[in-house]
Structures are given as structure tokens and as C-alpha cells.
Design a protein around this ligand. Structure first.
Ligand code: HEC
Ligand code: HEC
Length: 227
């Protein structure tokens, strides 16, 4: 209910609540200008990326919040995930079918293409911001859960060379699904995924809901290609 009211309020006031929430979350960074990822001059979609738009959206922002946005995600991370779907180390029947026709060269081109599209921003649920921010920034000492910000950055922009994904603006339902998959071990087939399986093992359902909402509302201040 609060969420519906927030949505109506947001429609009424346009982008202001986003700015206000941004100020509340990033007091220390509030004066920085938001930056969108670089839009490459000639970012022509590779032919084999056409089919991806059906789910991930023509602009790389998915049409269902249970599916991930790809726009503005780091190319190295995207490429790695495509390979992991191909080898089956990241198991998902829908994506296994979609990567089947892709060569390693296609994967590089497609990853670069989506990385160069501007990411959309979104809002957090204000009721979950305190819990989400605390977990994101400080972790949970009692369970040895590290701060998410340590790897994904205080603004959720990730770490491109390390292939730590950008989380800022990613859809809450998709994030929550992935954290559950890391926690129950169903996404733990690679060394990278094992890092997250370790991080997620002590998260409660409430932690997952709160932090997933919080990251959706983060505004990445650094463009992907400046990291
Ligand atoms: C029928 C819908 C559908 C189509 C078409 C589709 N995807 Fe996906 N994609 C998904 C779903 C669902 C997931 C999440 C799967 C999971 O939980 O592992 C996903 C996940 C991904 C991820 C992982 C993103 C992340 O943040 O980890 C990448 C990368 C990706 N898709 C790229 C593509 C590309 C490239 C194409 C086209 C060649 C494509 N997808 C076509 C539904 C689709
Ligand atoms: C030690 C570094 C590290 C820490 C700390 C960390 N992560 Fe991650 N995170 C990673 C890596 C590496 C990946 C990519 C894993 C893979 O390939 O499956 C990742 C992936 C993810 C994904 C999947 C994104 C996608 O697009 O599918 C989510 C969601 C996520 N992390 C959330 C969190 C949250 C929430 C926390 C804090 C509770 C956190 N991470 C802490 C390194 C870290």
C-alpha cells in the first residue's frame, strides 16, 4: 500500500522523490552529478542480439522485473555469464537455449553492445531503505556477512575489471531471485559464483527483500567505462 502510494506520489512529482531519496542515501555524494554510462557513438546492435530484446527489452532494460536489465552492465561480467550459461555452470533452461547459437566472438560483441547502452534508474521502497542500506554498507558482523559495498561499490556501480556486476537500478525481483539461488547453492557453479554463495549463505528472507529493494534505488555515479 505504501508502495502504491509512493508510486502515485512519484508520478505526481516526476523525478523529485528520486532526487530526495538520492540525497538521503548519498549525503556524502549528493553534490556529484549523476552520470549515465557512455553511449558509444556507433553502438549498432549485432544481428544475433535481436532475439534478446524480446525479454531484455529493445533498450536493454527488461520488460519483466523478474528478468535482468543488461543495459550499462559491465561487458566482462556479461560475457562471463553468457559463457557460464553455455557451459551449464550457470544453469538456466531459458538462457541455455538463447546462448546455444552464440560463438565466443558473438558473446564479446553482444556484451559490448549491451554494456554501451544507458542504464535506467529506479526507486527503492522507502520502508526498506534503512535495513537495506545497513546490510549493503556494513554487512552483518554477527554472521560474518561482508558489506556488499566492498565489492559492488557504495553506489552499486560494481567493479569492471573484477567482473563484479553493477547492481544499481537492477530489478528488485530479479536480484532477490539471484540471492536465493546463491543461498541455496543453485547458482554456485563457478569460482565467481562461489564468492556470492559464501556471501549469501547467512542472509534471511527479510535481508534479501530489503537489500534487493535498496540496490534497485541506487544511482551509479561512475560510468561503466571509467572504472
Ligand atoms: C525468453 C526470455 C529471454 C530471452 C529471449 C533472452 N533472455 Fe537472457 N535472461 C532471461 C532470464 C529469465 C534470465 C535470468 C536467468 C537466471 O536466473 O539465471 C536471463 C539472464 C541473462 C543474463 C545474465 C544477466 C546477469 O545480470 O547476470 C545475460 C547476460 C543474458 N540473459 C543475456 C541474453 C542475451 C545476450 C540474449 C539474446 C541472445 C538473451 N539473454 C535472451 C531471459 C531471456
Ligand atoms: C567479495 C566480493 C563480493 C561481495 C562482498 C558481495 N558480492 Fe555480490 N557478487 C560478487 C561477484 C564476484 C559476483 C558475480 C558472481 C557470478 O558470476 O555468479 C556477484 C554477483 C552478485 C549478484 C548477481 C547480479 C546479477 O546481475 O545476476 C547479486 C544480486 C549480488 N552479487 C548481490 C550482493 C549483495 C546483496 C551483497 C552483500 C550482501 C554482495 N553481493 C556482496 C562479489 C561480491
Amino acid at each position: 500500500m505504501l508502495w502504491n502510494r509512493w508510486n502515485r506520489y512519484q508520478q505526481y512529482l516526476g523525478r523529485w522523490p528520486l532526487v530526495v531519496l538520492g540525497l538521503a542515501l548519498f549525503g556524502d555524494l549528493a553534490l556529484a552529478q549523476p552520470v549515465t554510462p557512455a553511449q558509444h557513438g556507433n553502438n549498432t546492435p549485432p544481428a544475433k542480439a535481436a532475439v534478446c530484446a524480446a525479454c531484455h527489452g529493445p533498450d536493454g532494460n527488461s520488460i519483466n522485473p523478474i528478468w535482468p536489465n543488461l543495459a550499462g552492465q559491465h561487458a566482462k561480467y556479461l560475457q562471463q555469464q553468457l559463457q557460464d550459461y553455455k557451459t551449464g555452470q550457470r544453469a538456466n533452461p531459458i538462457m541455455a537455449g538463447n546462448v546455444a547459437p552464440l560463438t565466443p566472438e558473438d558473446m564479446i560483441q553482444i556484451a559490448n553492445y549491451f554494456a554501451g547502452l544507458p542504464a535506467k534508474s529506479a526507486l527503492a521502497n522507502p520502508a526498506q531503505v534503512d535495513q537495506g542500506r545497513s546490510l549493503y554498507r556494513a554487512g552483518k558482523t554477527q554472521t560474518g556477512t561482508p558489506a556488499c559495498a566492498g565489492c559492488h561499490g557504495p553506489d552499486g556501480s560494481g567493479n569492471a575489471p573484477a567482473a563484479f556486476p553493477r547492481l544499481a537500478g537492477q530489478n528488485t525481483p530479479y536480484i532477490a531471485l539471484q540471492l536465493r539461488a546463491y543461498r541455496d547453492g543453485s547458482r554456485s557453479g563457478t569460482a565467481q559464483a562461489k564468492i556470492m554463495a559464501g556471501v549469501a549463505k547467512a542472509l534471511t528472507d527479510q535481508d534479501i527483500e530489503a537489500v534487493s529493494s535498496y540496490v534497485q534505488g541506487l544511482q551509479a555515479l561512475r560510468p561503466a567505462d571509467l572504472q
